[in-house]
Write a protein that binds this ligand. Structure first.
Ligand code: CA
Length: 439
């Protein structure tokens, strides 16, 4: 999903596919666009701006028509060719807003605990399939590693996460979903920018309009799920046939992903993370986002969980990541973790990619299991926790039901004062203790 800068725009591929069956197919040749004719009277151009340069057959939705009339002028002013504008925008009908919004609200990264996401993302089937794909494409991966900084297992893991190694590309019309979001005012500038990028890709011959008919709900395309603007900036024609075919050409898709990760700052020969074992009575307050050298972490008693040593990483800086508090595996995260997040800005996604990559490379599974018996707080329970912590004088910040750094820090303060393991992890047991103290 290359390069969604917003968390919710990532990946609900399974959800998207399920809902995609509801989408009606649009005829390619009946767009009804008539360039250079003024909008008919009462056609819904309520923006008050100048008449549209191109008149489209009404979508049947006045708000959508008004947005499109306005956007056509914007696209023209930004230098897009009219043939590309017509190609992308003709024949579009808005997706039902409730269906569209539901496709984002069900994003897998946010409805599951991080370990459920990681466990399903790093399934035995995905590991087996990935190792087979690495073997089958060994020559392509070798050539990509010669040109880009990112190792093959990371590129392969992203390939597996994004499309099941090229098996599932999505069946949503990219321009339709982007236009629908823009018309309803959802991240309008972003979605309009993606539509302009599609027009540019068509203009410069990188791709065709029809290729964008197999996209995700976010508008991402191809085997490595690139947003159009990322495609435009970082897409690669690996086999040099004149096209950047991220859909059918595995080399083009994988080289584009490797190129994007390299451009995002991938540090060659550095890990993304190492599972860490913490000493007894470890001060969990150190897991507050601070970055220290590996040598400094070692001095605090941290040891590698599965590797025999930390390698030559003493001078590298890392952040201690405790996704399950004191109840599950701990990680030292290196800068490459942030690079994965440039692809999809969710910790759960980057963790899953890294863990899958480790397995694809033949590295061992996690030493410490995930605490799958723990029940996560509901949003209302999280709000109750925040309210109670604030009442007790621990600054949990805004009562928004989101367990972020502020809430965890406040909970750590409470735990420390009570003589508990101060990991800041909000179990239901911890919620009960905080509520009792605040009552
Ligand atoms: Ca190509």
């Amino acid at each position: 999903m290359a390069v969604r800068t917003f968390r919710w725009a990532a990946a609900g591929m399974v959800v998207g596919l399920a809902l995609g069956a509801c989408q009606t197919q649009e005829g390619a040749g009946d767009g009804g666009a008539q360039p250079r004719q003024p909008a008919p009277p009462g056609s819904g151009s309520s923006s008050g701006s100048s008449p549209p340069l191109i008149s489209f057959r009404s979508s049947g939705d006045a708000q959508f028509d008004a947005w499109r009339n306005s956007f056509v002028n914007k696209a023209d002013a930004s230098g897009r060719k009219r043939v590309a504008i017509v190609s992308v925008l003709s024949g579009l009908e808005p997706i039902d807003p409730e269906v569209q919004i539901a496709s984002f609200d069900n994003q897998a990264e946010f409805v599951k605990p991080i370990w459920d996401y990681a466990k399903s993302a790093v399934s035995p089937t995905r590991i087996t399939n990935g190792q087979a794909k690495l073997a089958a494409n060994a020559d392509v991966f070798s050539r990509i590693e010669q040109s880009y900084a990112t190792p093959r297992e990371i590129v392969a893991a992203i390939w597996g996460m994004e499309s099941g190694y090229g098996a599932i590309l999505g069946d949503i019309d990219g321009p339709r979903t982007l236009a629908s979001q823009a018309a309803m005012g959802r991240r309008k500038d972003f979605n309009e920018g993606e539509l302009l990028a599609i027009m540019q890709l068509i203009e410069n011959g990188s791709a065709t309009r029809d290729q964008f008919r197999t996209a995700s709900w976010a508008g991402a395309v191809g085997q490595t799920q690139f947003m159009p603007s990322t495609f435009l900036a970082h897409g690669r024609d690996f086999d040099q046939d004149g096209r950047k075919d991220l859909w059918a050409n595995t080399g083009d898709a994988l080289a584009s992903a490797a190129n994007y990760l390299t451009a995002s700052g991938w540090r060659q020969n550095e890990p993304w993370a190492i599972e860490a074992s913490l000493p007894a009575n470890f001060d969990y307050l150190a897991g507050d986002g601070r970055k220290l050298t590996v040598a400094a972490w070692k001095a605090m008693g941290i040891t590698p969980a599965t590797a025999p040593q930390f390698g030559n990483s003493d001078a590298l800086e890392a952040e201690l990541f405790l996704p399950a508090g004191s109840h599950g595996p701990a990680f030292l995260l290196f800068d490459n973790f942030s690079v994965i997040k440039r692809y999809n800005n969710a910790d759960s996604y980057a963790l899953a990619v890294g863990l899958l990559a480790d397995r694809l490379a033949g590295r061992p599974d996690l030493l410490r299991p995930w605490p799958t018996d723990i029940v996560m707080l509901t949003q209302q329970q999280a709000k109750d926790l925040q309210t109670a912590l604030n009442k007790l004088g621990y600054n949990a910040g805004a009562v928004d039901g989101v367990i972020g750094r502020g809430t965890r820090g406040a909970l750590q303060g409470f735990q420390k004062d009570k003589g508990l393991v101060a990991d800041g992890f909000p179990t239901t047991e911890m919620l009960d203790m905080v509520l009792a103290a605040a009552a």
